[in-house]
Design a binder for this molecule. Structure first.
Ligand code: KG4
Ligand code: ZN
Length: 341
């Protein structure tokens, strides 16, 4: 079989990234340019700044990608791009680049749903096995997705309000931890003890999640302690918060595994870099004989390697678009498959 090289482009939030993946599992090269330091001073991503920075950095990222490798545009089989969901201005930059390259080099254009990308980051670690339960935990999503096979997504649960990464970042802010707070809370959580009382959010029989109550509980706790002139033990609060997050996510995921009798679990998204979550799933999956897959830390957060990998499987499934492809700020996986198959 002829080798398939997919060029992936990802720009849905504050990372501009390009990658080349061979045959859906072999990384040729990936460039990720993060704007984190720029957005840090505003306490979160400023959409207008993000898209402007993408415009400034896109050419540089692509030039860097094709430097020092013996692959050129003519070797590329198809171009995969995140068309949504995400920040509309940010998405449009990556999308316009992909459409231009597709037109100039006459290569097929493959729209890739950002969450499909996160899921397929797992195929860079080991071959995905089906049926598969995917836990997507990121800044914008907290979903449980059942996959019977490649590119067959069935959502069985999701967050009713805040996404878990969003909750991490908001809770961090109240503790004066800079953006993005998730990785810092994760580090501090390892230094503290579970001393505070926080609720275990939406501890019910559903496969849905809710994090706004937990977020409000932390905010109220910090305010109340301040009013009483009591000092907050940030490390202990981080430990308590992270324990509760990991507990509810792992509890519902394992329940879904049992109910649907699944033997394969893949976790993904920015929060899958969380050491508490990774440790917990390693223990639980070993105990229950579940085949666990987690992306390498580098590919938990946004990157184009995951988009090119998903693009490979989308290409096999006949998912493609013409030049009318537009960016989508919101789109479910179900709508995605319906729209482009
Ligand atoms: O997947 P991602 O890069 O962007 C979205 O698609 O949303 O995820 C970013 C999110 C941020 O909320 C960030 O705080 C969180 O992932 N995150 C973490 C960790 N590393 C990144 N949250 C908890 N623990 C971490 N180690
Ligand atoms: Zn993401």
């Amino acid at each position: 079989m002829k080798d398939i090289y997919i060029l992936g482009i990802e720009s849905s939030c504050d990372e501009m990234s390009a990658s080349i993946i061979k045959n859906g599992n072999e990384e040729i090269k990936t460039i990720i340019l993060s704007q984190m330091d720029i957005h840090k001073k505003y306490g979160g991503v400023v959409p207008e700044i993000a898209s402007r920075c993408h415009i400034e950095s896109a050419t540089m990222v692509l030039e860097e990608l094709f430097s020092d490798i013996d692959i050129s545009f003519k070797d590329i089989t198809a171009i995969a791009v995140t068309h949504g969901p995400g920040l509309i201005g940010s998405l449009l930059v990556g999308l316009q680049i992909a459409k231009t390259l597709s037109f100039v080099y006459q290569k097929p254009l493959i729209p890739v749903h950002h969450i499909a990308g996160h899921i397929y980051a797992n195929n860079l670690v080991k071959e995905m096995q089906f049926p598969l339960l995917c836990l997507v935990v990121s800044g914008g999503h907290t979903d449980l997705i059942y996959m019977k096979d490649h590119f067959e997504f069935e959502k069985i649960g999701g967050t009713l309000d805040d996404a878990v990464g969003e909750c991490y970042d908001k809770v961090a802010r109240i503790m004066n931890i800079p953006y993005p707070g998730g990785p810092v809370i994760d580090k501090l959580a390892h230094k503290g003890a579970h001393t505070y009382h926080l609720p275990l959010p939406l501890d019910d029989d559903s496969f849905n999640f809710s994090f706004s109550g937990l977020k409000s509980a932390v905010i109220n706790l910090v305010h109340n302690e301040k009013q009483r002139n009591n000092e907050i033990n940030v490390e202990n609060l981080c430990t308590t918060f992270q324990d509760n997050v990991v507990e509810i996510i792992s509890k519902k995921t394992m329940k879904a595994i049992q109910k649907f009798n699944i033997k394969n679990l893949a976790i993904c998204g920015g929060v899958s870099a969380n050491s508490g979550l990774r440790e917990k799933f390693e223990i639980l999956c070993k105990k229950n004989n579940i085949n666990l897959s987690m992306p390498s830390i580098k590919y938990c957060t946004d990157n184009a390697a995951m988009i090119a990998t998903a693009g490979f499987f989308a290409y096999q499934k006949g998912i493609k678009s013409d030049m009318s492809l537009n960016a989508k700020a919101t789109e479910s996986l179900k709508e995605y498959i319906q729209n482009y198959k």
